[in-house]
Design a protein around this ligand. Sequence first.
Ligand code: PEP
Ligand code: MN
Length: 481
Amino acid sequence: MMTDADVEDWVPTSWRSKTAAQTVVYPDEVHLAKVLGKIRALPPLVTPSEIERLRYQLTLVQRNEAFLLHAGDCAESFEACTQENISAKVGLILSFSLILIWGARLPVVRVGRIAGQYAKPRSSATEKVGDRYVMAFRGDNVNGLHPDERTPDPERLLSAYFHSTATLNHIRALLTSGFGSLHHPRDWSLSHVRSPSLKAEYASISEGLADALDFTRTIGLDSGREAQSYERGGGHGVLKEVDLYTSHEGLSLPYEEAMTRRYPIPDSTVSREFGTPAPTPEKYYNTSAHFLWVGDRTRQLDGAHVEYFRGIRNPIGIKVGPSMADDELVALLDIVNPNRDNGRVTLITRYGADKIGSYLARHIKAVQASGHPVIWVCDPMHGNTLVSSSGLKTRHFGTIISELTSCLRIHGECESRLGGVSLEFTGEFNEEGYSVTECLGGSMELSEEELGLRYQSFCDPRLNFEQSLDVAFLISNHFEN
Ligand code: PEP
Ligand code: MN
């Protein structure tokens, strides 16, 4: 009757007996334990029924009946937790998904890198600032960006919890008060798009919506559950509300452990999977986010992160890069999804435009031969980072598109299907209405000289609003044709 990892031999602390990559050493263990005790007592951020709904929606993605959009910041910061920033991010996620829904005639499952994406893995433990070496910045939930604040402080974990709560509260408020209404998609900040052709393309979509009965039927799907998720709160069963799930890299295991709670699988799932009446099995849910992923630097088969991930009921992502061997990938799937549950594992591939040709087909074939059910998602960002001549970390729009189009082509050649994309983007604008300038190119043709104008990321470079819509139209056109 087990539907996910046979977790009889698993508890939220199991990972502690394994070696963890990217470990944070806190100077005061007693202080850390006190903070974790407090977090353990705080309420969950998300619920088992929401997590189960996402698991179900991901089975639709796996069956080619929906597309997954996973997107947001590389890293959130406490300082950027403002009404404007959260609304802009949610607005961009909605605008992006609208373009996909419209063009591809597929429902979009939206998972934000939001409300908890604070921890960052680093390639080196220290960095040189001026003439001294300091610990690398590990994300706002660990230490501060300022060189004098680099000592890990457990209080930051608590602060991460409360910033996640505030963010999620605002997302829920936006979505339940009409911000997500497909009747007013322009409210999601179309006014900021300056490229006339992009603006016209987007405007034609939102105008077309008015009499798009076909569209309504398509995104409502026939399944009651999916229809309900789009129509919930609905008055006349119209498209008033949308789902937006949260995710982050499950890097800080002490925090993730403290947010892991045991609950019965919610009734609706039990009846669907086991028939009613049935005893309600209890599972461990990570209640800090709906979806968690294990990063490319922490996915060792015998490591602490994989041990942690195998026991939680949440749908999970695994980053897959050039260093992943074919048999290692299958071995990893055997560990985290021994019962081969649908919707449980999303493979987020990130090779780089110049490397995808050597790795993706091999990985797809290995997984196909193993029979493991997975969702394939393209992350065209992380393999394509470079340093500009001015020293800023950037990515070229053309390279991002190149990896994405290669990915679509290779899946086609392997009789596989790309189920979604994972992007680092931001809808942020400054007071004058200008968007960030972190990635080169796009329909706005951002040049290397312009890169420094509004470079705001303190982590990886993000696509701005217009560049993101460019990507959305590209994917949408692909599936339309
Ligand atoms: C990320 O998604 O921000 C990240 C660090 O990715 P990866 O683990 O693929 O390097
Ligand atoms: Mn990143």
